[in-house]
Design a binder for this molecule. Structure first.
Ligand code: FES
Length: 142
């Protein structure tokens, strides 16, 4: 594991926010097609801010470390900020990871996106979301 920077090793050895959450506001499970490992991410949202984020994974050290970092940094952020933080972490971490570990990192970011998506769907209801998406597209076309 010598090819990983110190901050990733630290999160791998002492991962934060590991475990299932009871009554999450958003939850998503994603898989890494290249290895078959899976990741589950849970978020709790309070007044449009992510008050808690946890994860469970059967993934490798890179998946554990990056999920730990992501769940730590999005706590307290709005859901829109969380997506921007996720993009920022991508830029920061992807250059530090060996190429073959990029799909492992993507497990965390993809799971977060889907958990947020699920949260948003619960807020408006699936039919209202479809209608809202349809209206948005129609408005874009003019
Ligand atoms: S090798 Fe499967 S998640 Fe990294």
């Amino acid at each position: 594991m010598g090819k990983y920077p110190e901050f990733l090793m630290e999160h791998f050895q002492n991962p934060r926010n590991v475990g299932e959450m009871s009554n999450p506001d958003g939850v998503a499970t994603v898989g890494n097609a290249s290895c078959g490992d899976i990741m589950q991410m849970f978020i709790k949202v309070n007044g449009n801010r992510i008050s808690q984020a946890t994860f469970k994974t059967f993934g490798c050290g890179a998946a554990i470390a990056t999920s730990s970092i992501l769940t730590e940094r999005i706590k307290g952020s709005t859901i829109d900020e969380a997506l921007k933080i996720s993009e920022r972490i991508s830029k920061e971490i992807l250059s530090e990871l060996p190429k073959e570990k990029i799909p492992c990192f993507n497990l965390a970011t993809n799971a977060l996106k889907l958990a947020i998506e699920e949260y948003k769907c619960k807020q408006v209801g699936p039919h209202q979301k479809e209608e809202s998406d349809f209206l948005k597209k129609a408005a874009e076309k003019g």
